[in-house]
Write a protein that binds this ligand. Sequence first.
Ligand code: 26W
Length: 817
Amino acid sequence: QRTLKSEPRRNDADTLALEIVEKLTYSLGKTTDAARLHDWEQATALAVRDRIIDQWLTSSRKAREEGAKRVCYLSMEFLIGRLLRDAISNLGLTEPVSEALARYGVELDLVELLEPDAALGNGGLGRLAACFMESMASVGIPAFGYGIRYVHGFFRQEIVDGAQVELPETWLDHGNPWEFERRERSFEIGFGGKVSTLEEPGKATRYVWRPAERVLAVAYDTPVIGWRGGHANTLRLWGAHPLDPILLDTFNSGDHVGALVESNKAEAITRILYPADSHQAGQELRLRQEFFFSSASLQDIIRRHLTTNESLSNLADKVSIQLNDTHPAVSVAELMRLLVDVHQMDWDEAWAVTRATFSYTNHTLLPEALETWPVQLFERLLPRQMQIIYAINAEVIRGARAERDFSGEAVSAISLIDENNGRRVRMGQIAFVGSHSVNGVSGLHTELMKETVFGDLHRLYPERIQNKTNGVTPRRWLLQSNPGLTGLISEAIGDGFRDDIEKLIELDPLAQDAGFRERFAAVKRANKERLCAQIEDRLATSIDPSAIFDIQVKRIHEYKRQFLNVIEAVALYEQIRAHPEIDWTPRVKIFAGKAAPSYAQAKEIIRLAGDVSRVINSDPAVRNLLKVVFIPNYNVSLAEIIMPAADISEQISTAGLEASGTGNMKFALNGALTIGTLDGANVEMLEHLGEENIFIFGLKAGEVAELRRNGHTGRGAIEEQPLLRSALDSIASGVFCQDEPGRYSGLVDAIRDRDWWMIAADFKAYWDTQRRLDALWGDRAHWDAIAVRNTARMGWFSSDRAIREYARDIWHTPPSA
Ligand code: 26W
């Protein structure tokens, strides 16, 4: 098999101009005169896409011919963002494409802005999956990402009268040039129905599942191109379609709506992304989504395996399936069903194959986020999988009793069924026992997994849990989003860091070079001006780029403590008013992030940030010394503008609760100073940066746990700290919401009466650390030196490093780059 283009393509502007105009003419039917910016965007994407396809076909053929082991990354979410700039940059085409377009008076930067974000994820977990896809392609690991093609991705956030409003997102409205529908790659997915048995003399009983409902899963493929175009992998997202598009008999009998009911029900499965990232929705449709994409992916994996292998016995030698949290954990039962019921493998062998094939990553310890399903619902929707779970459970418990003397409480702790809360299936337990490796996403998180949620399973299988600290792709999060800094680094240390990001360490000595520091600061200043323009544009608020930009962007959640940050803003505001004689350091506090639609407290925090910003920003007494800004609709594209523009990165979760964080890495890589707790990957950042280069404060995870055990409330801390007391009094008494003075009394009472998230407990340490940063800002040489060292020392936090560790320790797949 040969690709059509056996000659390597030329990468000069002439060739690209020709190719782009060819697409404009023959694919879009437009002349260069009539073309609008949107047409140029489509034509550019199509021209670039051809080059990706060349590499894609080559990579797929190579993997097939070599019979290479493949990684299958099963994830309910892929938070990709835009792809055009990523593709152009990874193919090394930024200059020729810009030049080609410039010949027609078109600016590449403007063209890129027209692409909608692919927002098929909520936050950290989904963005990590996207970074991992890019890194697997860059490192040269043959891989498939498997997920769901949501018609509506993550909702668009608007702030109306101060409150978050959710609007549907429609990324597919104008087509998607990056995806290929593969109608021939489709599988039937069943739901409900009955299980019957077949007895044959001398043979084990066979189980046959006859689903009551069936839908079709159709593959939509997107190529993912790695750095320097060396390798391309496939992101395969499943769309749900009805087996019969319309029930003609029903239609002909006059029931025109009823004729479409089944079709609508099928398509509903992949219509919408659930927008909660910390509370289990617990709805049937969500379980349907999970099973739908798990089963489709497994059927596809088995089909591919059997085209080149005689049996499924060696499945684990040829594929490694990574479960991205528990959302695809039903895969453990479904693979068992496919192996035993459909392919007639013996149970014990199937169980060994299953465990050798799967591995599982946990991304959260929050009890309310751990997935469990009512046995009744599970049984009704997936009757055969439920039987298999019971059988696995019996075996695990038998082993625990026999080999490790487990009994009583220890047995119920490891059981796949929670008997204490109305019988529920525990997806974490299933993922754990069905995998040969279970990993956390930072050192601290992994240790806490062993001590808390998986304590008993860890005692039963002490070798199974390991750590794989997260990383972020330096292509998107430095080279593409911060071209100014990238250019400066190249001038200083050459281009080696583009291929090996750990070479950034060569910048370290330049922290002592005043000339370099000034150029570094000038890049930061330009990035801040770019953000100012965005804020001016979106909010009609003007901010001063010479102030400290203190930024917290992430999902809104109590444990992430945006509230603590807002309280500090209020306290600072009051101090500035009370002491106008002091030489305050000008600061802009910037927030962005979405609240889950059903998360009332998170929505109140958004509202409070807006209320506080209105009062502070319009008070002449603060003379621009303090501004507070909430930027609506945070997404990947906005993050690409925000990360390079930060002076301070806020990573202030209650210790023990943020599994890793990845925004923390993006900020520091771009030269922001972190103020943070000893939580998640902040701990490893401290190790790599050195304690002079990161600003750690507050309680440690163990201290939080102890205070909680001792019935801590916020009262003591509030009494001791007049600044905190006064800020809370102002918030509670309606200073920022005079139209409805009681609006925030509930939020404040929660701190006084309980302080579950340790806001009062940590306030003083946080305040003091912020003032240390204020003072440091006055010593700009010192500040800039720390900023340079942050960029220099963050190379380890690349997702390339993380992926190489997964490949070495979990997947056993050799990288080729
Ligand atoms: C069932 C509802 C639900 C949906 C999503 C619960 C939990 C989730 C995710 C696991 C939440 C998540 O995104 N976790 C984040 O994962 C990142 C990548 O590992 C970490 O960096 C973040 O610390 C963690 O919060």
